[in-house]
Every structure is written in structure tokens, then in C-alpha cells.
Design a protein around this ligand. Structure first.
Ligand SMILES: Nc1ncnc2c1ncn2[C@@H]1O[C@H](COP(=O)(O)OP(=O)(O)OP(=O)(O)O)[C@@H](O)[C@H]1O
Length: 696
């Protein structure tokens, strides 16, 4: 038989099994729908039963409906192939691996869930340590149709005569496929070093480091799916939070978990961690550096002690024929006294009222011949509506947004900054807070203020309604929920100390997966961030670290160029190895400034012709608006225009990188932002520069 005929025959064998699986799935769908309907009927019936019966029926129904929904949802989730793997071992046993575990009506195993211990060999067996696996087969399908198979023969000596081995390189085939604007899952081709990080125990802190394109993000997401499968009770009830650097990034990765049947995970970017605010603006690096540093905590604390912007400067109240007056200094003294009690401002209004009454009594006491008793004065004034009206404006209930906005007033900010910030830093910050919208770095400051101010007091005499947000899993959660069981932080090398504090608040009892690459770091004060990170992780003693060393994204030709620019700041050990040669060298073109516009457009058009997937145009933050306007006449959905910071974590089939030198000069960490930008392309890269000596 020819190789092609063998391949077809093997595909037909797998198709047969896949058909059995889908037929079983159809039955399961009917069963699940019936289960859900039964659950609904049960709930209906419960309406007429005694109360205690009702409760147990409702509970039973909930469990039933939840279980049925989970099966239906897993069956409905978009995927490239439910069955994607097969193992043949040296005892003659066969095991199919897939996105779900499925048994037939007799409870015989049809497919093993990829996360189950029995499926681990699919990822971990190697020729050196075959774990009893003779042949590992990757099955690729579109819909329910098997279209390709790729085999690895791990124990040639144990190969039976009847066992065929076909195809080569499931991984390479997957890496060469065109990219869309959504990341795909990699369940079928997870590599051994990646699998070890995915299957690490949930407890403590798991760190996943590695260079660009080594699959850190993919691994972290598969780890979440794994942890939810292995320990759904612990992980699912309190919830898993996955944090990425930008909304572009969270949107890029948003399909991965649902494609594996998981949509109960909360995906947030650093700019939308606070409910109700969506920040996407990135501050220029020097301003982001100030906002992210721990010094800001001091500034914010002091700002809260200042007189609120619209607070009255004088108090006058008439009592038993005398006008009692407190001037600006006296009111300031009262304010200081209240703050010195150390309670949260939003919890201090009663203290403020008491301190004001005390100050009024001292005033009364100082008047000659004014004969009132302290007790009477405190009771009488304390009950007066005009006194209460004054307290409300003297000690307003603060919101983080109002406080930070008020620091757009330079004089106020300078008072709060004292000697903590330089005059230039005060200028820069005040100007930045006069913007209409918030920047990503502001979110950590707003969150810090939220805890420094405290929650607004609950209203008495009214039923308290806690504002709740629907959770993707259908659970209801209080606003700004803070109690996750597991937190994944992607691109963690870039977190500022203030951002570490913000995240730590949400993971006081959580276990963590931290993903990052120190070489891609664009945060200037490494020591301060490290310290903030250590504080955030606290005393968790279980720590494990996985380093991924193979770059699956870039062609070797593209990565070699990228590696050149960080040679001075990174050791060989910190750089990954790119495994895919394409024979296509990146194009570096020096152009005169006047022709840059046309050159960028031409390069983008040419690359759109050359690749099937996405093309990214990446420019410095300084030039991005200009470049966006240049590209407005190129109309193609596959074209994406991003700055060097937004490009973090994303990838495109081809990239036009505009003015590399600008990316180095505007960054506070030298060539690292440029390194990030240069490592976004999977197939083709064109660098356009007006600096003819680049890369030097
Ligand atoms: N085992 C694998 N099989 C198929 N594709 C893979 C595998 N591992 C990684 N990839 C692909 O490689 C690309 C890079 O992966 P990913 O974005 O997770 O890398 P990263 O380490 O997070 O990169 P960066 O640090 O640059 O953000 C993605 O397209 C991913 O799907």
C-alpha cells in the first residue's frame, strides 16, 4: 500500500471511533435536556409543597440543572475536535484523549478527558521515557470530520506488525497555521515541559517564566482548565481570576477557556479590575512610573487629610442668643483631631460631629457670662438639623473618583505630596488627572483609595441592598469582589508596586499562578516591584517555578533579529530557542523621513497579500496616533494597529514595525519594549526605520 493509502485507511479507522463518540454525544444531549426539564418540573412542583420539602426539592433541582447545563455547555462549546488524541500502549490497549471524558451506555470509556491522570502520558511520554506508549497519535478534525493524523513512534521495538505510523509534525502544522485575532487552545499539542506546569498542584505560588512565544499564556490558561477539572469545588466556588495587561489582550485570549468548556473564570485587565470603570489609556512611561510607585500611598493618605474641595471654611450656629463661630483654623484643627483617631474617613462622620460639638462647647465656655451647661449644649445642638447639615458638608462621604480627580488641582496635590514628590512630578501628575478619562495606572490608585477611605456608611432605617454584579458563571457576587481561590497574573513582570497591592487584596486566601518574562519587563524599579510582589504573596511557602525554553511563535529568523537588540541586557540563558525555520529573513528598510508614510502603507499591503492571517502595525507610543491616521485608508479587518505597550502578549502572522529607535528612547528600560514588539510576528516581519544605522 502507498503511504497515501495507508494514511487514508488510518483516517478511516479514527473516523469510525469519532462517529461512535458523536452518536453517544447526541444521546447524552437528549439525556441532559431531559434532566434539565425534570429539574424545572421539580422546581414548579415545589411551589405547592410544604416549606421544608420545598427547600430540599429546590436544592435537588439546582444540582440537577447545573449538572445538565454543564454537560450541554461543554457539548456546545466551539472546538476544533472533541477527540484529538490516541495512545496505543505496549499491552495492546488503546486510549482516546479528548476535551471531555465520555463513556458509552455500558460505562465503557470512549474518550478520556485530557486533564485526567490517565491522559497524562499523552503529553509526557517521550522516546527516552515512553511510559509504555508505543504510538502517540494526534487526530485533527474539522467539525466531526477527521482530516489529518500525525503519529509519534515512541517504542519502535514494541511496534506490532499491524501498527501503522503516518504523518509528521502535528506541532509544526499547528504553529504554521494562520493566526486570527483570537488565541486558540493548544490541548492537542501541549509539550512535555508545558504539561508539567499545567499539572502542577494548585497550592501556593506557581511561577511560569520563559521568553516570548514560549506558550506561557497558553499554559496558564490550560492550567486554569486543569485546576477547575481537578478541584472544581475549591476553585469554582470562590472563583478564579485571570488578569492580563490590557483589554486587547483579554479579548485576544477570551476564547481559549470557553473552547475547553470553561466559562466560569473571570477575565480582567489591569484597567478594568474595578467594577464600573474601564481604563485603556496608557500614561507615558515617566508618569506611569510615578503612579505605580509606593510613594503614591503616602501622597494619597495625606490627600485624604486635606480639607475636601467644597467644605465650608467657617461654622456659625446660634445657640441661646449667642452666635458660636469656628473659623478656618479651628475647623482644620477639628479635622486633624478626627483623623488622628485613625478610623477610615467614611466611617468617621460621627467622630466629626462629636469633635465639632466639643469645639463649639469650648467656644461657648470662652464667652464671658454665657451660662450654658455642656450637657445641654451637646444634646441641643446635636439634635439640630442645621448642625447636621453642616456636618454633612464638613465631612462629606468620599468616593475614590472624587478624591483622585481633586488632585488635578496642582496646589492640592502639592500639599498632599509634601516632599514625597518633586515639583516636576507634581506638575506631571496634576496635568494627567485633568484628563477626562482614567489611565490604567490610575486604577490601582483608585483601588488603594477605596481601601483608605472605607465603604460608605450603610443607611439606617432602610433595607440594605448590597449592590451585586452578575458573575459569568451565573453566581451573584458583591461589587468589587475580593475573595478568589486562585489568581493568574499574566505579564506579571510589568506590574507596578501599586498594582501588586491591588491584586493582593483580591487574593488574601488564594493560590497563585504568576506568568512573566523578566527580559520583557518595562517596569523601571525592579527592586521595588520585587518587594511589592513578595509582600503580595505573603507567607505562602509552597513555591514552584517552571521555565519554558522553546519559542513556538516566531520563526528562527525573526527571533534572531529580536535577540540582537537585547543582547546587552539579557543573558543567553534568559532567551528562548526558536524552533521553526521558514527561510524568510525579516526585512529591515531604512527610509528617508518624508517617505515613511507611504513605506508603512506599502509594507502593510504587501504583508496582507503574503499571509492569510492578521497583520500588525506596531509603532511607538509617541507615533501611534500619527501612524493610525496614515493607515486609515487601508481597509482590511486583518490589519491591527497597536503601540509597543499594547502589543504585549499579542501576536500576528506578519508585523510592520515602525521606527524601532523611538521605542527604545521613549521606554524607561532601554530596548525591552522594542524586544516585545519584535517578537510578535509568526511568519514575516518588516522593520521600517529612518535611522540608517539601525540595528547598529
Ligand atoms: N504546544 C503548543 N502547541 C501549539 N501551539 C503552541 C504551543 N505552545 C505555544 N503555542 C503557540 O505559540 C504562540 C505563543 O504562545 P503564548 O502567547 O502563550 O506565548 P507567551 O510565552 O505568553 O508569549 P509572550 O511572552 O510573548 O506573551 C501561540 O500562538 C500559542 O498558541
Amino acid at each position: 500500500m502507498s503511504q497515501a493509502a495507508v494514511r487514508q485507511a488510518e483516517i478511516a479507522i479514527e473516523q469510525k471511533h469519532v462517529d461512535v463518540v458523536y452518536a453517544r454525544l447526541a444521546d447524552m444531549r437528549v439525556e441532559a435536556e431531559e434532566m434539565r426539564d425534570r429539574g424545572d418540573r421539580l422546581a414548579h412542583g415545589a411551589g405547592t409543597e410544604a416549606v421544608f420539602e420545598q427547600a430540599s426539592m429546590l436544592y435537588e433541582r439546582d444540582v440537577m440543572v447545573r449538572h445538565a447545563n454543564r454537560i450541554l455547555q461543554a457539548l456546545d462549546s466551539e472546538h476544533e475536535g472533541l477527540v484529538f488524541g490516541r495512545l496505543d500502549d505496549n499491552t495492546g490497549e488503546t486510549l482516546y484523549v479528548g476535551r471531555l471524558g465520555i463513556r458509552d451506555a455500558e460505562f465503557e470509556n470512549l474518550v478520556t478527558d485530557w486533564r485526567a491522570p490517565a491522559a497524562a502520558a499523552f503529553y509526557q511520554a517521550t522516546a527516552e521515557q515512553p511510559m509504555g506508549v508505543v504510538r502517540r497519535r494526534v487526530i485533527r478534525s474539522t467539525g466531526q470530520q477527521v482530516i489529518e493524523i500525525d503519529d509519534d513512534l515512541l517504542m519502535p521495538d514494541a511496534q506490532p506488525d499491524t501498527m501503522q505510523v503516518v504523518g509528521e509534525g502535528a506541532l509544526m502544522a499547528s504553529l504554521n497555521r494562520a493566526r486570527s485575532d483570537q488565541m486558540r487552545d493548544i490541548v492537542a499539542t501541549i509539550q512535555k515541559e508545558q504539561d508539567e506546569a499545567i499539572r502542577a498542584p494548585w497550592r501556593g505560588v506557581t511561577e511560569i517564566t520563559g521568553g516570548p512565544g514560549t506558550g506561557k499564556t497558553a499554559v496558564a490558561l490550560h492550567r486554569v482548565a486543569y485546576l477547575l477539572y481537578r478541584d472544581r469545588k475549591r476553585m469554582g466556588s470562590a472563583g478564579v481570576l485571570v488578569l492580563g495587561p490590557s483589554t486587547a489582550f483579554t479579548s485576544y485570549i477570551s476564547r481559549v477557556l470557553p473552547s475547553m468548556g470553561e466559562d466560569s473564570v473571570e477575565l480582567r485587565s489591569l484597567g478594568n479590575l474595578l467594577d464600573g470603570i474601564e481604563a485603556t489609556r496608557i500614561d507615558p512611561a515617566p508618569i506611569a512610573a510615578i503612579k505605580g510607585s509606593l510613594r503614591m500611598r503616602r501622597v494619597l493618605k495625606k490627600a485624604l487629610r486635606d480639607t475636601p474641595p467644597d467644605a465650608p471654611t467657617e461654622m456659625r450656629i446660634t445657640y441661646r442668643g449667642e452666635v458660636l463661630k469656628l473659623d478656618e483654623q479651628e475647623l482644620a484643627k477639628v479635622r486633624r483631631q478626627v483623623h488622628s483617631l485613625g478610623r477610615l474617613p467614611n466611617r468617621s462622620r460621627v467622630d466629626a460631629a462629636e469633635a465639632l460639638l466639643e469645639a463649639l462647647w469650648h467656644k461657648a465656655e470662652s464667652y464671658d457670662g454665657y451660662d450654658v451647661s455642656k450637657k445641654d449644649l451637646l444634646i441641643d445642638l446635636g439634635e439640630r438639623i442645621d448642625f447636621h447639615r453642616f456636618v454633612v458638608v464638613f465631612w462629606p462621604i468620599l468616593t475614590p473618583i472624587d478624591v483622585l480627580r481633586s488632585l488635578g488641582d496642582r496646589a492640592r496635590l502639592a500639599r498632599a505630596a509634601g516632599s514625597t514628590l518633586s515639583a516636576r512630578e507634581v506638575d506631571q501628575l496634576a496635568a494627567s488627572w485633568r484628563h477626562d478619562d482614567w489611565s490604567v495606572a490610575d486604577i490601582a490608585l483608585l483601588d488603594e483609595l477605596r481601601t483608605l477611605i472605607g465603604p460608605p456608611p450603610k443607611r439606617r432605617h432602610r433595607r440594605v441592598v448590597v449592590e451585586e454584579q452578575p458573575d459569568p458563571s451565573g453566581r451573584r457576587r458583591p461589587e468589587n469582589y475580593e475573595d478568589y481561590s486562585h489568581i493568574v497574573v499574566d505579564e506579571s513582570q510589568d506590574l507596578s508596586p501599586m498594582q501588586w497591592r491591588m491584586i493582593a487584596r483580591r487574593g488574601q486566601y488564594a493560590s497563585w499562578t504568576l506568568v512573566g518574562d523578566p527580559v520583557q519587563s518595562t517596569w523601571p524599579d525592579v527592586a521595588e516591584a520585587q518587594q511589592a510582589r513578595d509582600t503580595a504573596l505573603g507567607k505562602r511557602t509552597t513555591r514552584r517555578r517552571f521555565t519554558l525554553r522553546t519559542n513556538y511563535r516566531n520563526s528562527a529568523e525573526i527571533f534572531n533579529l529580536a535577540a540582537r537588540v537585547v543582547r546587552d541586557v539579557a543573558s543567553d540563558d534568559e532567551l528562548p530557542r526558536a524552533v521553526r525555520d521558514t527561510g524568510i529573513e525579516p526585512l529591515v528598510e531604512a527610509v528617508v523621513p518624508g517617505s515613511l508614510t507611504g513605506a508603512v502603507r506599502d509594507a502593510a499591503r504587501e504583508l496582507l497579500d503574503q499571509v492569510d492571517g492578521t497583520v500588525g502595525v506596531i509603532a511607538s507610543m509617541t507615533s501611534i496616533d500619527k501612524v493610525r491616521s496614515w493607515m486609515s485608508e487601508v481597509d482590511d479587518d486583518r490589519l491591527k494597529i497597536v503601540d509597543a505597550i499594547e502589543a504585549k502578549g499579542l501576536e500576528y502572522d506578519a508585523v510592520v514595525l515602525v521606527e524601532p529607535t523611538e521605542m527604545v528612547t521613549e521606554s524607561m528600560t532601554g530596548p525591552r519594549a522594542l524586544y516585545v514588539a519584535l517578537t510578535r510576528a509568526t511568519q514575516r516581519l518588516t522593520v521600517l526605520t529612518t535611522d540608517e544605522n539601525w540595528p547598529g
